[in-house]
Design a protein around this ligand. Structure first.
Ligand SMILES: Nc1nc2c(ncn2[C@@H]2O[C@H](COP(=O)(O)OP(=O)(O)OP(=O)(O)O)[C@@H](O)[C@H]2O)c(=O)[nH]1
Ligand SMILES: [Mg+2]
Length: 447
């Protein structure tokens, strides 16, 4: 029996898929992704079955295929059956009752919940995943309940009553918990940081990019000033990198500098196709990061097959659109081009350009690992940050000097000219920061 490094047993898993009706049904990525998800859950794939006939609403796969699957699960001594789709509660029940005793049946969504459950770190994340799991389980428990149990549904102590009660309690607890990430972002915005979110499909290289952009020195400066306030969980967090789906399960924020402007870059949980993102609140939180950002760097894995690349780009764009991210805030980065020939690189670029909204930035081919084209990425992000120019005329005094140093910290200072007793500062930055500087300037008094 194969084991994980921590000594836990990898559960033997059989994967069942239904062949896609799309013209690219032969694309090997069709089972690659679900197998990668199984491995991310700490399990091993010991068998695969693909159903290519018409869909069956009762058992999802059709009775012939279910019989074949039952034999396979018994032969390979699998403990889990994972179906690469959503199962209705009744399909779930039909499949589970056909399998050898003790076989757990999971659909794609339930599998992802398992991965989240194992990786959730903070109390908030743990409660969110538990809530998502109970909401998923409830209709399935009702489906498999016998009449006697259904009659007791509203009675205290019955399984259904307990589930509902726990769901209510979790919802209330979560509502009352302060969201440290939200408080942190609000404070940072008040202090004049631009917010950049790194979003995209799982395993595209988002965390690797955050590592590269992070301005660690500045972060520790901010920490030692106690500026991070309630963000202690974020300052301790590291953006985990790994060749595993859902390596990152909670957002991480790092300070960086782009075009001389202080920026907070946030790494997010990866997106994945075919999941109701709104149900797992950690996903929604991740997505609302994108909604709140000034710029969203949309990272794609350009080394995916063309079909996969296009599908994942489409899923990512759709998800950003549902979060109200305007097209002109999107900066697409085509990562891992070190794995592509020059021809493949330009093809991916063309495919992306054809699919991106007109107002998004042009796709930028990058390789974070080789540090390729990252300056071009930074420049494009800088171009898309909200900017305004201010000209401040001030008396030459101590207070002006501290205003000038604040302008250097918070904005891109274009010039500082001394003319006798007057100082003229020209700088570019976020409108809210310039507003604060202007207010201070008028308090100091123009000469
Ligand atoms: N060849 C190549 N590999 C890369 C590059 N950037 C990242 N990777 C690899 O891609 C894998 C995934 O990287 P991560 O940064 O963890 O990806 P992620 O998007 O944060 O993934 P999740 O957190 O799981 O959503 C790791 O094995 C990285 O080393 C790149 O430019 N070239
Ligand atoms: Mg990550």
């Amino acid at each position: 029996m194969s084991r994980l490094r921590n000594g836990t047993e990898r559960r033997r898993t059989v994967v069942a898929t239904r062949a896609s009706t799309s013209p690219d049904a032969t694309d090997p990525a069709d089972t690659d992704e679900i197998s990668a998800l199984v491995r991310a859950a700490g399990d091993e794939v010991v068998g695969e079955v693909t159903q290519s006939g018409p869909a069956d609403s009762g058992s999802y796969l059709g009775s012939g295929k279910v019989a074949e699957l039952t034999d396979l699960v018994a032969d390979v001594e699998a403990r889990r059956l994972v179906v690469d789709d959503h199962l209705t509660p009744s399909q779930h029940r039909t499949l589970e009752s056909a399998m050898p005793d003790g076989t757990a049946v999971l659909d794609r969504y339930r599998l992802v919940l398992d991965i989240f459950e194992a990786g959730a770190g903070s109390r908030r994340a743990k409660l969110q995943v538990e809530l998502a799991r109970l909401r998923y389980d409830l209709p399935r428990v009702i489906e498999s309940a016998d009449e006697g149990l259904l009659n007791q549904m509203t009675e205290k102590g019955s399984r259904v009553y307990d589930l509902r009660d726990r769901i209510d309690r979790l919802e209330r607890t979560l509502d009352e918990l302060p969201d440290p990430a939200e408080q942190y972002r609000e404070r940072r915005r008040e202090e004049g940081f631009d917010l950049v979110t790194i979003a995209g499909y799982t395993n595209a290289g988002k965390s690797t990019l955050l590592h590269h952009l992070a301005d660690d020195l500045s972060l520790s400066d901010a920490d030692s000033n106690g500026e991070t306030g309630d963000a202690s969980t974020e300052k301790d967090a590291t953006a985990a990198v790994g060749n595993r789906l859902f390596e990152t399960l909670e957002t991480t924020t790092r300070r960086t500098t782009i075009a001389d402007r202080p920026v907070l870059a946030t790494d997010t949980v990866g997106l994945v196709d075919d999941l109701p993102h709104d149900i797992v609140e950690s996903f929604s939180a991740t997505l609302s990061e994108a909604g709140a950002a000034d710029v969203v760097v949309l990272v794609t894995d350009a080394s995916d097959s063309e079909t996969c690349f296009c599908e994942r780009l489409a899923v990512s764009l759709e998800t950003l659109a549902t979060q109200g991210v305007e097209d002109d805030r999107i900066v697409p980065a085509l990562n891992k081009v070190d794995r592509l020939s020059p021809d493949e690189r330009s093809r991916r670029r063309r495919l992306a350009a054809e699919r991106l909204p007109d107002d998004a930035a042009s796709p930028i081919p990058i390789s974070v690992l080789e540090g390729r084209n990252l300056d071009a990425l930074r420049e494009t992000v800088a171009d898309r940050l909200p900017a305004e120019r201010a000209t401040l005329r001030l008396p030459n005094c101590d207070e002006t000097m501290s205003l000038v140093s604040r302008a250097y910290d918070r904005t891109d200072v274009e010039s500082v000219e001394y003319d006798g007793d007057a100082v003229t500062v020209v700088c570019r930055g976020r409108p809210s920061v310039l507003e604060q500087l202007r207010a201070t300037a008028s308090r100091i008094g123009v000469d």
